[in-house]
Design a protein around this ligand. Structure first.
Ligand SMILES: Cc1cc2nc3c(=O)[nH]c(=O)nc-3n(C[C@H](O)[C@H](O)[C@H](O)COP(=O)(O)O)c2cc1C
Length: 334
């Protein structure tokens, strides 16, 4: 077997911010980029079919230059469609393509993609081959440790080896199985237990494969610890809900000598971006719905968030007001 793909991927991303539908849009990614210059950022899952067969490519593909390194995640099961989507992603300037084999949503699985694809390694291999052959970007895959009754270790190991031979450059393994019958997507992110040992064993048996662990990491120290066993760590909910908790990624994980930004400094640095969004007719809530998560754990944090939310939802938030409230954070050293 020849799954020595370690050299074909340019950067080993030690930490990444997970793809999350309705969360990791370009505005959230801009916020995370103020926090870390290095973490790999992911788009939300984009259904390849929708991208290829609709005329709103900008809506799906648009991102800001500052967001690099950025990976686009595709859902799909048709190698021909994925080929076209991969070419588009490359032309648009993405750094990597990730293929979703982990989403348990009934809507996604009824289209026979997402987590249900783990039951059909042949099809996943064809999709990965097609992605790989149609562009020069690294092709990575995000999957579970199993799905429904397909949850033995040998199944997982065979799946990963098969897909590695098809050309996948990195595996992000959400360390819990997906239960497609009986659990909704939210329950599928909490009820099946996390089994890091299973992923550890996978890495032990396949030392040449790049394996990133995902699921349940809540702070930088836990992530550093996980890097003893895995090539990378992917953070989902804890990054979305508590972005500031990750403000020392670049120093502690990537060894950069720099000062981390406070919440107020992050907001100040985003002001030109927010102004541009508003002047292009965008709504302040598009950005503020993510931004408010920066403020927590200080007196009156909730009041601060409520002020921003209320004004923003009523479309009454202007930059002066945002600046005024942000100076109040700065005054208390936040
Ligand atoms: C709101 C939400 C949306 C998600 N959307 C996606 C998605 O589009 N693609 C995907 O691969 N995983 C998606 N996930 C799963 C996350 O990427 C991640 O695997 C999961 O939350 C476990 O990581 P965590 O415990 O660090 O949150 C989503 C998770 C959440 C909470």
């Amino acid at each position: 077997m020849s799954f020595l793909h370690t050299n074909s991927i340019k950067n080993i991303h030690k930490l990444s911010i997970a793809p999350m539908m309705d969360c990791t849009d370009k505005h959230f990614r801009m916020i995370m980029r103020q926090i870390s210059a290095k973490a790999l950022l992911y788009t939300e899952m984009i259904v390849a079919q929708s991208l290829v067969y609709t005329n709103t490519k900008e809506k799906f593909l648009d991102f800001n230059n500052e967001e690099h390194p950025i990976s686009i995640q595709f859902g799909g099961d048709d190698p021909k469609v994925l080929r076209v989507a991969a070419q588009m992603a490359q032309d648009w300037g993405y750094d990597e393509i990730n293929f979703n084999v982990g989403c348990p949503s009934p809507r996604v699985c009824s289209g026979n993609f997402g987590a249900s694809l783990m039951k059909d390694p042949e099809k996943v291999a064809k999709c990965v081959e097609s992605l790989k052959n149609s562009c020069s970007l690294p092709i990575t895959i995000k999957h579970r440790i199993g799905v429904d009754e397909y949850d033995s270790f040998s199944n997982l190991n065979n799946f990963v080896r098969h897909i590695a031979n098809a050309g996948a450059d990195r595996f992000t393994v959400h360390a819990r199985k997906a239960i497609l019958k009986g659990l909704n997507p939210k329950q599928n992110r909490t009820i099946p237990p996390l089994k890091y040992d299973v992923v550890k064993e996978l890495k032990r048996l396949n030392p040449n494969l790049l394996i990133e662990i995902n699921g349940g990491f809540s702070n930088i120290d836990e992530s550093i610890e996980a890097l003893n066993d895995f090539d990378g760590v992917m953070i989902g909910r804890a990054a979305y809900k508590h972005p500031l908790r990750w403000s020392e990624i670049d120093q502690k994980i990537y060894g950069l000598h720099k000062k981390s930004k406070s919440a107020s400094n992050i907001i100040f640095s985003l002001i030109p971006y927010i102004e541009k969004h508003l002047s292009n007719g965008g709504k302040s809530w598009d950005i503020c719905k993510h931004l408010i998560n920066l403020v927590e754990g200080i007196p009156k944090a909730k009041i601060w968030r409520n002020h921003i939310s209320a004004k923003s939802i009523k479309k009454e938030l202007n930059i002066d007001y945002l600046l005024e409230l942000t100076y109040r954070l700065k005054e208390i050293g936040y």
